[in-house]
Design a protein around this ligand. Structure first.
Ligand code: IVH
Length: 703
């Protein structure tokens, strides 16, 4: 190789490494990709080729060094330059106040500023950089000595292999948490399952397990992320005195830090921050198990010092645990609106997610089988935010455990149970004969997004059904004659009955889309109800099409008994399946619904009772956004997602909840998570809040 070529190649390698590092940081740290995936791969392959031809050109911070190395025999023990401390926990605001009081004593009682951060639920990592270059990464271990997992850490995509700075510290230890995003966790487990491997119980275990793989090539396949939260020993660099500013320094060096880091004032500031984070918690892609408050000012920190192995200047205010273990005593089966049987675990009461839980869903029989759960087992129960508690996993097999069996007949009405092949769900075939289905159908009918009958909530409906006042939706409009009986009921009075009857009367004036939704046809949610209303314009037209669908299905069957594709072609051309989102399965469910005489009776009784809706302008006069599908995610400053959705719909757009190839635009507000990621992956256009506002102002600005 001539010197000339060698210089060219060296320059090209340097340029590739620089460009790849930048693109990778834009993608993994800033969440703002600057290059297409395929182009990135092409550049990476080019660099790999050069390095393999000229091994002398491989640098320790080359982007090719993230891919992992052959399995190791074990991990070497390494002492941390400064110990990795732990945090004292506060489990309630009283304990937090105690901490604040003790800390304030160091400054004669005056209020303190705190650096407030989320407490990441992952596994700690300590990384040494010498003259800006990553030289060693270690687990926390016992706090004094950890394990050398440098090769694994190098595979973490958002971890800088070199600090972004021209004058980095001569030596520095960066501390943070290795996490696995929720959105990546499910996919990882699915992959492990498909490959016949054991799955992980939660993102934290997945992060810890992946980081301690002896084969770093395996770690490289796990989408881990590093979130910086602190600094250990530092030499040859003047760090800012404020911890908040130190975190900004980490970000400037190229580390991901939490977007929720904040400087707060005093105990009140800490409590407000904790409450805000508790509210956000369920929606975050990275799991957090509390908030950390650290005295921001350096002099006060030095004054406070340490006790045992925790600083006196920091505290972790923990969220109530979302998971706990308990005994599964029994399983009941609950019947839903569409007859679906849900196995409900009767548990030995356990405190989880801030409340005592004694019932939790087991979802369906397939899930029970997959999780291998039996009555008498010790199980892990999860209750996150307002989500219904669920039995998440088998914790330990009970000594006298016995299998969970699907009942032979409906536990409520005794009708036969049907379990369609390929479907996880078992159903009661009783339809509206079944009191449980009737009750759920009524709740759905009166709910906010259906007929929206104020004062007729789940509790009232259950009581009214039990007392024989209600059986079908039409009965709601025949409550007036029972006025006296209602007034006499406990907790009711003249006024609440008058209000209830008035809101029932008001609900008679509804819209076609609400009415279709209220009917509770299986798989027909709000969006589809709206599409059906727009497409057909009237209930009669929809009903007629449902009838025609069954006839056409038979004709198609006779015309092409052995050619499914030809049958599908005949069916999709017109009628029900011409409506966006209505596939053959949903079309059949709609057709079956209208073929059932009992359902027609209910509709007729409702119309008889005076339920009315204005006719709908059909799709044929195209509106500016007709034919365009939007998904809204994240939060916006000037309007709520619901408002934005309504305004888009008023312009003819469809607004749906999940991103697919059929989505035209994703409107991503602040803290948009997995939906935005999916849109990026699928190449769906993304609009920010200002683009949305421009579009609402003038739909012709559609990009
Ligand atoms: S600071 C000197 N900040 O929680 C204080 N720790 O019990 C040292 N953790 O093992 C820790 N998020 O891995 C700190 N924002 C955060 C944190 C955090 C998670 C973990 C850390 C440590 C444990 C402390």
């Amino acid at each position: 190789m001539s010197n000339q070529t060698s210089a060219d190649i060296r320059a090209r390698a340097t340029e590739l490494a620089r460009a790849l590092t930048e693109h990778s940081r834009a993608y993994y740290v800033d969440d703002a990709p600057t290059i297409a995936d395929a182009e990135y791969d092409r550049l990476l392959r080019e660099l790999e080729q050069i390095e393999s031809d000229h091994p002398g050109l491989v640098t320790p911070d080359s982007p090719t060094q993230r891919v992992g190395a052959p399995p190791a025999d074990g991990f070497a023990a390494v002492d941390h330059a400064t110990p990795m401390l732990s945090l004292t926990n506060a489990f309630d605001n009283h304990e937090l106040a105690e901490f604040d009081r003790r800390a304030r004593a160091a400054v004669n009682g005056s209020a303190l500023a705190y650096c407030a951060e989320p407490k990441f639920d992952g596994t700690a990592l300590n990384i040494r950089y010498e003259n800006g270059l990553l030289v060693r990464a270690t687990t926390r271990g016992d706090g004094a000595t950890g394990e050398d997992i440098t090769l694994n850490a190098r595979t973490i995509r958002n971890l800088p292999l070199r600090l972004m700075s021209d004058n980095p510290p001569a030596f520095i230890e960066i501390r943070g948490e290795v996490v696995l995003a929720r959105s990546k966790f499910e996919a990882l487990n699915e992959r492990l399952r498909a490959e016949g491997h054991k799955t992980f119980v939660n993102p934290r275990n997945a992060a810890a397990g992946s980081l301690r793989q002896l084969d770093s090539k395996i770690t490289a396949t796990r989408p881990l992320a590093f979130m910086g939260y602190g600094i250990g020993r530092v030499e040859g660099f003047e760090l800012p005195d404020s911890l908040f500013d130190q975190l900004q320094q980490l970000a400037a060096w190229g580390f991901s830090i939490s977007e929720y880091v904040q400087r707060v004032e005093g105990l009140d500031g800490c409590i407000a921050y904790y409450n805000a984070m508790a509210e956000r918690r369920a929606g975050l892609d990275i799991e957090i198990d509390g908030c950390v408050f650290k005295v921001d000012d350096g002099a006060t920190r030095s004054e406070l010092g340490f006790v045992a192995r925790a600083p006196r200047w920091a505290i972790a205010r923990k969220f109530p645990a979302e998971e706990a273990t308990t005994i599964l005593n029994e399983v009941d089966f609950q019947v839903g609106r569409t007859g679906a049987l849900t196995p409900v675990a009767k548990l030995e009461p356990v405190f989880v997610g801030g409340v005592t839980v004694s019932n939790a869903t087991l979802h369906n029989m397939d899930e029970i089988e997959r999780k291998d759960i039996r009555i008498g087992d010790i199980v892990t129960v999860r209750r996150a935010g307002d989500v219904i508690p669920e039995v998440k996993a088998l914790y330990r097999r009970g000594e006298h455990s016995r299998p969970i069996e699907l009942p032979g007949s409906c536990p409520v009405c005794g009708s036969a149970i049907e379990r369609v092949q390929g479907e996880a769900v078992a159903r009661c075939t009783g339809g509206l004969v079944c009191a449980a289905q009737r009750r759920e159908a009524l709740k759905h009918f009166a709910s906010r997004r259906a007929l929206d009958i104020e004062g007729l909530g789940d509790r009232q409906i259950e009581a009214f059904v039990d007392e024989g006042l209600l059986a079908t939706p039409a009965d709601i409009f025949a409550l007036e004659p029972h006025r006296e009986a209602l007034v006499e009921r406990e907790g009711y009075g003249e006024k609440s009955v008058t209000n209830l009857l008035a809101s029932i009367e008001a609900s008679k004036q509804t819209t076609l889309e609400r009415f279709i939704f209220a009917l509770g046809i299986r798989e027909v949610g709000e969006t589809m109800a709206r599409d059906l209303a727009r497409h057909f314009g009237s209930l009669e037209a929809l009903q007629a099409e449902a009838g025609a669908y069954l006839r056409r299905q038979q004709e198609a069957h006779y015309a092409h008994p052995d050619n499914r594709a030809a049958r599908e072609r005949l069916m999709t051309a017109e009628g029900l399946q011409a409506v966006p989102g209505v596939g053959s399965r949903v079309a059949s469910l709609i057709a079956d619904f209208f073929a059932e005489p009992r359902n027609i009776q209910v509709i007729e009784a409702l119309v008889q009772a005076g339920v009315r809706w204005p006719t709908v302008d059909m799709d044929d006069a195209p509106q500016p956004l007709s034919g365009k599908t939007f998904v809204l995610t994240g939060s916006m400053e000037s309007l709520t997602r619901d408002d934005a959705g309504e305004r888009l719909e008023a312009l003819g757009a469809r607004v749906t909840s999940s991103v697919s190839r059929k989505t035209d635009y994703v409107v991503a507000g602040a803290r948009a998570g997995s939906k935005r990621e999916k849109a990026e992956k699928l190449g769906v256009s993304i609009l920010d809040e200002s683009a949305l506002l421009a579009l609402l102002n003038d739909p012709n600005t559609l990009p």
